[in-house]
Design a protein around this ligand. Structure first.
Ligand code: SAM
Ligand code: F3S
Length: 438
């Protein structure tokens, strides 16, 4: 049997795209290889959102090339956003690469492999008007109770720093019946928590449906215990969606709502389409309708022209909102984006020092918020062994906190857990009741 190995960089969408590719390869008779050296096909599923993504990919390709010397039949593919962005240039820089597949083209993987084998090379990149196939029936998902479900591809926003609209193209939405059918099939296979995926997921719409009605339809599938969705843009966070978060029983009390900056000047330069006040109003409404909501966000520091004052506006926003988690990044110019042409770039050392200050502030906020949970009891959905210690299991609360559970504990299911200790990025607890089957 031929064997494949996929390396994945980046976000949940990429993780899920790799599951789709693994499933397609399985249907073509490939089996997974435990490591790259044992594979006949190596796919790098790449991300180009930040940093020197392309150079990282080329340096990894340099290592993989050596495997081809001892295994001349080995096929090497570059998939994902770097594939879309670099295209043919990948063959020029790394002639030993056999196939290049953009993120919208993974359904064509089988045909591309065949072509690469027959003709020595194949490439498929998306154009904006290309239809998107959502190859869901073969997807090889990770074991466990949680599953990703794609509800849309692409992003129609034009945040000036972001490469995604260039690499993933225009928005395309899956019909709700298809989403519901996929969820129903997954419930039958034992999954009970679902995360609906899209780069701009709360812009989802299809005929009469929007994300709020889609959440209701998925919730009605018997066996759906928990429902999440990501990533949301603040501009598309309509009241109907927030009301659905309050009313739809399986929807979890956590929202990831990227703010990027607390300064109106910078938000405008980023073309985010909202002000600090408008963002705060949405958070206030959400906290009113879902008082136990946990919030996380993305923030960028060192955007071109970001003054000390702008940066302090971001810090003050973090203090004001007190997020439960913040993913913070230094600004990294992406080729072809509007922001990459802006003047006023900050020195790397200044960006790093702002990032450190922001993370330091957030660590304190998070430590306080986590400590406040000690003694309380939460429903935890167990999902596998914890890396913390032998015999310890881990799982997540509905508010998306990771909880480590020392023995004795059930092997799976939804368990009531009393929190005994808080860590900076997770919690520890003890089971205080039997597990409900997931
Ligand atoms: N759809 C999401 C939203 O509404 O903001 C963002 C998706 S983007 C792939 C994930 C995160 O990467 C962004 O929220 C942003 O914080 C970060 N990011 C994107 N481009 C970046 C850049 N050029 N430099 C630094 N961080 C960046
Ligand atoms: Fe990127 Fe903005 Fe879309 S951050 S993914 S262009 S919402």
């Amino acid at each position: 049997m031929r064997r494949f190995f996929i390396e994945t960089w980046g976000c949940q969408m990429n993780v899920h795209d790799s599951e789709k590719m693994a499933g397609l390869l399985g249907s073509l008779g490939y089996g997974p290889a435990p490591e790259a050296r044992q594979a006949d096909l190596i796919l790098l599923n790449t991300c180009s959102v930040r940093e020197k993504a392309a150079s990282k990919v080329f340096s990894r390709l340099g290592q993989i090339r050596r495997l081809k010397e001892s295994n001349p039949g080995l096929l090497i593919g570059v998939c994902g956003c770097v594939a879309q962005q670099e295209g043919e240039a990948i063959f020029a820089r790394a002639p030993y690469v056999d196939l290049v597949v953009g993120p919208r083209n993974i359904a064509r993987l089988g045909a591309l492999l065949e072509q690469a084998r027959l003709e020595g090379r194949s490439i498929s990149l998306a154009r904006d008007d290309d239809p998107v196939d959502f190859p869901s029936s073969t997807t090889a998902r990770a074991a466990g109770p949680r599953a990703y479900v794609t509800v849309m591809e692409g992003c129609n926003k034009s945040c000036t720093f972001c490469i995604v609209p260039f690499t993933r193209g225009r928005e395309v939405y899956r019909p709700p019946e298809e989403v519901v059918a996929e969820v129903r099939a997954l419930v039958a296979r034992g999954y009970c928590e679902f995360e609906l995926l899209g780069q701009n997921v709360n812009a989802y719409h299809h005929a009469e449906d929007d994300l709020a009605t889609l959440l209701r339809k998925v919730d009605r599938v018997a066996g759906v215990r928990r429902l999440r969705f990501t990533t949301s843009h603040p501009g598309h966070l309509k009241r109907a969606i927030m009301d659905a978060m309050r009313d739809v029983p399986s929807v979890c009390n956590h929202l990831h709502l990227p703010v990027q900056s607390g300064s109106d000047t910078i938000l405008k330069a980023m073309n985010r389409g909202y002000t600090r006040d408008r963002y705060l109003e949405k958070i206030a409404y959400l906290r009113r309708v879902v008082p136990a909501i946990a919030l996380s966000t993305d923030a960028i520091v060192g955007f071109p022209g970001e003054s000390e004052r702008d940066f302090h506006d971001t810090l003050s926003l973090l203090r004001e909102i007190e997020y439960d988690q913040v993913f913070a990044f230094t600004y990294s110019p992406r080729p072809g984006t509007t922001a990459a042409r802006l003047e006023g770039g900050l020195p790397e050392v200044e960006k790093q020092s702002r990032l450190a200050a922001l993370l330091d502030l957030q660590d304190g906020i998070q430590a306080r918020r986590n400590a406040a949970l000690v003694g309380r009891t939460f429903e935890v959905l167990l999902d596998g062994p914890s890396r913390l210690d032998q015999g310890v299991m881990k799982g997540r609360t509905r508010c998306n906190r990771i909880v480590h559970l020392a023995p004795p504990h059930p092997a799976s299911g939804l368990v009531p857990v009393r929190i005994t200790r808080a860590h900076p990025h997770s919690l520890s607890g003890e089971a205080v009741g039997p597990a409900a089957p997931a």
